[in-house]
Design a binder for this molecule. Sequence first.
Ligand code: BGC
Length: 762
Amino acid sequence: MKDYIIKDEWQIIEDEFRPAFQEISESLFSIGNGRMGQRANFEEDYSGKSLQGSYIAGVYYPDKTRVGWWKNGYPEYFAKVINSVNWIGIHVYVDGEQLDLEKVKVHQFRRVLDMQKGQLIRSFEVEMNTGARIEVQAIRMYHLFQTETASLTYTVKAINRNMEIAVSSYMDADVVNRDSNYDEQFWEFEGYEIAGPSQSLTVRTKKTGFAVRADLASRFLYNNKPIINKQKIDERVKVGERVTQIVEQGAYLTVEKYVAIHSSINHPEAELSKLGTAQVEWMQDIGFSNLLRLQQESWQKIWQDADIRIEGDVSAQQAIRFNIFQLYQTYTGEDSRLNIGPKGFTGEKYGGVTYWDTEAYCLPFYMATKGKEVARNLLIYRYRQLDKAIENAEKLGFDNGAALYPMVTINGEECHNEWEITFEEIHRNAAIAFAIFNYIRFTDDRAYLATYGLEVLVAIARFWSQRVNWSEAKQAYVMLGVTGPNEYENNVNNNWYTNRMAAWCLEYTVQALEEVCGRYPDDYHRIVSKVHYKAEESEEWKHIITHMYYPIDEERGVFLQQDGFLDKDIIPAVFLSKEDRPLNQKWSWDRILRSCYIKQADVLQGLYFLEDQFDLETIRRNYDFYEPLTVHESSLSPCVHAIIAAKIGNPEKAYEFYLRTARLDLDDYNNDTEDGLHITSMAGTWMSIVEGFAGMRVKEGTLSFNPFIPQNWDSYSFNVQFRGTPLKIKIAHDEFMIENHSEREINIIFNNELTVIKPVEK
Ligand code: BGC
């Protein structure tokens, strides 16, 4: 755990240069706009530890699979959203000496992520080896109002004498991925232009063929007055402009960089150059201060709907805003071809591709803070990939239109290549079905089932019905050789969560078929004939539903994580020594697999999803049994525990888990923030407050709250959009306030009592 980030309600602040934490800070201070994003690498040269990363959503490379022992069914490649053109680069030379924070004396350093305004700001003062002292101020943005553009300003001031400062503003296409499986360059260089007032680079991903064109226009100013005498940088893969200027003591030299990055994903290739030139011209015309204003206005709109205000606890306030900020930097929901990578644009780990995290954790956040369309886009993403999910299942031997959605994907094809996960962690299929249910429960968009949802459900139901087998011994359906959400057990039989969610999928599909048949008969007939559905299939599914096997320990009254769970040596995690943690960095894999320690919510994940089917005592018993064995080594774990702890009346634990999920990256709890931020679990942080502390649920179509407030908070408030009704909720120690910002009354259940909320008077 680290504790170097300064607490502030709206800003993430680092006030000292800490080379040892540079990669952690590069992750924490990442910026993006849903379409592009990057780690907080320095603009100037830096020879210390650093992971360079600028990413463009959807631009990926299929990196050839590398495994020790090939298994039939493994995918050929792992798709990676790759490091792309480095557009921030600035070389600074002071009296001929290169500025590199690793090699000079750093007197002051401050880095700020201003979440209210969407800016990354850095300032520092250094003494060069020649004795020249300079001060640098830099501001950088990925524009939310025009998501294919970005800008920065960089000002160097001469502090202690006159000096010659040379500044180069460049873009560089010679970039690599640290995690490349075969040390390959993923880009083909196509060309550059330097003739006009701006410069450009065009590159193309190998194999996938995405063309990317980056345009750069730079303005150089001396004491705010334009410098005309510029030289071109003409190094083929690296282009830009440079100036050299005698800077008098107290004077300063500024470079403004305006950058446009367009790709063939969004535009015909022939238009990329025209678009790029026009965008950089436009930015130059309106100038940096106007871009700052537009950026601030765009973020203001997001905060209006998505902010959670916590009074009385700066640390918690900073944390929740950091989580919300990073989520919106990663995904804004305008494009149904995009999704939310577990690390967003903040690192290479997980390749920027899609996991079950989206459906299980992120959907509720976007659904409540952005409205229906965004959540619908997330679902449509999977609808578009249904054919591939069917192909994926076929490769593994399933038929009749059964679909197995990939564990990891960007284009619908499976990318994961560890047999115990690729072939066995099949519970992901259930999360995709559950998301459809969850979306309809929250939005009441029932037509979604008819237009898209049902086809997906039928294909998933077919998979489960083929994946189970009848056990003569148990006289029940069993599911053998699976990995549940707890990846610290592999190849187990009858993982309770998977069995229960599989049966739930079958139940929901049967119900959905009936609903669509009754309400949308035309769609029903269209789908039935398209997927060749036969009524006998539902009969078979019903048989599985009523005869599914669930491992249970009657004596303790708990669901068993899997058949053999009680054979394990069950010793609560508090007895592990500090040196053993985190297990995944300290123990052999074999030792982990045999142990009773649980990586993340497993049985409890099922109790969270299907909460209404279990009484409070059952939930409490399972929580009391499993929580002490859980090591929370997946970032997705604490939030589910926070919600359940709140539900069973354990506010202290709920708060403890909240802090753990909310400050996971800020305090580097799991010792892995340097790899990138845990973006998908950030949505779980939001859930911890809204579903955990405020107890928000949808009960038979009505929004319900059972709130409590952590002792050390004065109040907290947030907004949700429920079925088109914008609501503002505020909870204090002796107050529950709800404002209805629509035109009509709405029913709300508050502490189990139905109340009518009238619209606020305008
Ligand atoms: C978790 C998975 C998750 C993945 C990406 C893993 O550590 O166990 O449940 O999907 O990370 O976040």
